[in-house]
Write a protein that binds this ligand. Structure first.
Ligand code: GDP
Ligand code: IMO
Ligand code: MG
Length: 436
């Protein structure tokens, strides 16, 4: 049995939560492989809205083991809060497993992230302020704490003694408040007491599931264009959101991945700073943001909105080995007269079709658009591609041609059921499958 990866193809918030929840019905295990509580994944099921930051989006199903893999950075306070909220809503969280090797976001990481952003002022990255960058930096510098460390006060003490003075010194320069060693040890040990029942060697858990022939789904956070290596650095997050991150952060080998489902929405959004060539600042963008409820799940910030950009799409399909696509939020485009689709950039007078990834080049890119006739009618109730308005089908066909891989699922509303399925099953590759 294979492992499948769900990966965002844009700047995050493509609807990965909906996609993972939709696919989770057919799998035994869902594994988050990178990021932290910077993510906000929304699931809508039977009118109930669940906003998840750390717990994988399969948790709503009782049959799923939900795994937070070694590649995730975990804020224990957020995780405990999320588990409590889910429990209060009747969701069984006893099958949530957390890697002992996952790194801990400590309170000083959060303070450093916020202090540093404040110092950058107008040049800030626009992070979610969750301590993601500092936690991953300490991991790479071998100065981090891992979830398993929370269970041993002596290990906690020795780890914190190595790093705390330096972090406090930096915080003092950023006008931040210092953290006290004993209080941090008490706090961390209390988190350990609470989370011990969830801690596990998740790599073996995932490998055992695959060996038993169970289907494992790996859920990415953020998106390809926010990837630390492949996005427009420095306006990126601090981990590998691409499908390759599922191997390093989820505990699987490359040949165990059988399917990579790319998730994208019918237009683009971006939260935080950084170049965004197709950004819309007019009333069309305002309308999309309002209808699409484009407000950050984690930060409450209004998301920037733009036309779909096919230049990074080709790049994202290649770098993730995307084998199929779920297209979300097609319903939000209803009522727009002329829909534009960016097929290339003009950079310094040259036509560019390759995603440059350089923030400096992207900032000089002017989109070259193709225009598509829009449609008026709402499409929330449509459940077959053939029943979509002809203009919507043309737009989907164009996106599919640009991507070069089949769009197998089209979402027309936030509800699990508001989904159009192609004739062949998702997550089961069929050579040469094309849109009907
Ligand atoms: P994620 O971070 O990729 O999981 O995406 P978010 O959950 O942050 O943002 C996607 C938002 O769009 C959520 O509020 C979803 O409930 C919603 N959503 C997902 N698919 C659709 C869709 O097809 N139509 C509409 N109207 N909303 C959708
Ligand atoms: P999901 O999983 C959209 C963005 C931030 C900022 C940059 C770096 O819901 O798609 P960080 O806090 O990670 O250091 O911020 O990345 N960002 C996201 N944007 N969706 C997300 O997650 C994001 N997670 C981080 O806005 O630009
Ligand atoms: Mg989100």
């Amino acid at each position: 049995m294979p492992a499948s990866v769900v990966v965002g193809l844009q700047w995050g918030d493509e609807g990965k939560g909906k996609t993972t929840d939709f696919l989770a019905e057919q799998v035994a295990m869902v594994v988050r492989y990178q990021g932290g509580d910077n993510a906000g994944h929304t699931i809508v099921s039977a009118g109930e809205v669940f906003k998840l930051h750390l717990v994988p989006s399969g948790v709503l199903y009782p049959h799923i083991t939900s795994v937070i893999g070694n590649g995730v950075v975990v804020n224990p306070a957020t995780l405990i809060d999320e588990l409590d909220r889910l429990t209060a809503r009747g969701i069984d969280v006893s099958r949530v497993r957390v890697s002992r090797a996952a790194h801990v976001i400590m309170p000083y990481h959060v303070a450093l992230d916020r202090g540093h952003e404040a110092r950058l002022g107008g040049d800030k990255v626009g992070t979610t302020g969750r301590g993601i960058g500092p936690a991953y930096a300490d991991r790479a510098w071998r100065l981090g704490l891992r979830m398993g460390d929370l269970l041993d006060r002596e290990i906690l003490r020795s780890r914190l003694e190595r790093v705390l003075d330096d972090r406090n010194a930096t915080l003092a320069r950023l006008d931040g408040v210092a953290f006290e060693l004993e209080a941090l040890i008490d706090q961390a040990a209390a988190w350990g007491d609470r989370l011990e029942v969830h801690l596990d060697d998740t790599t073996w858990l995932v490998q055992a599931a695959l060996a038993r022939g169970e289907h494992v789904l790996l859920e990415g956070a953020q998106g390809t264009l926010l990837d630390l290596d492949h996005g427009s650095y420095p306006y990126v997050t601090s981990s590998n959101a691409v499908a390759g991150g599922a191997c390093t952060g989820g505990g699987i080998g490359p040949l165990q991945v059988d399917e990579v489902m790319g998730v994208m929405k019918a237009y683009a959004t971006r939260v935080g700073s950084g170049p965004f060539p197709t950004e819309l600042t007019d009333e069309i963008g305002e309308g999309i943001a309002t209808r699409g409820n484009e407000v950050g799940t984690t930060t409450g910030r209004r998301r920037r909105v733009g036309w779909f950009d096919a230049v990074p799409l080709r790049f994202a399909v290649a770098v993730n080995s995307v084998s199929s696509i779920m297209l979300n939020k097609l319903d939000i485009l209803s009522g727009i007269d002329a829909i534009r689709l960016c097929v290339a950039y003009d950079i310094d007078g040259q036509r560019v079709e390759h995603w440059p990834s350089s923030a400096e080049l992207l900032a000089r890119a002017t989109p070259i658009y193709e225009t598509f006739e829009g449609w008026d009618q709402p499409i929330h109730a449509v459940r077959a591609l053939a029943d979509l308005p002809e203009q919507a089908r043309r737009y989907v066909t164009a996106l599919e041609a640009l991507a070069g891989v089949p769009i197998v699922l089209v979402s027309v509303g936030p509800e699990r059921t508001q989904t159009i399925e192609r004739a062949w099953r998702p997550m089961r590759r069929v050579a040469g499958a094309r849109i009907a």
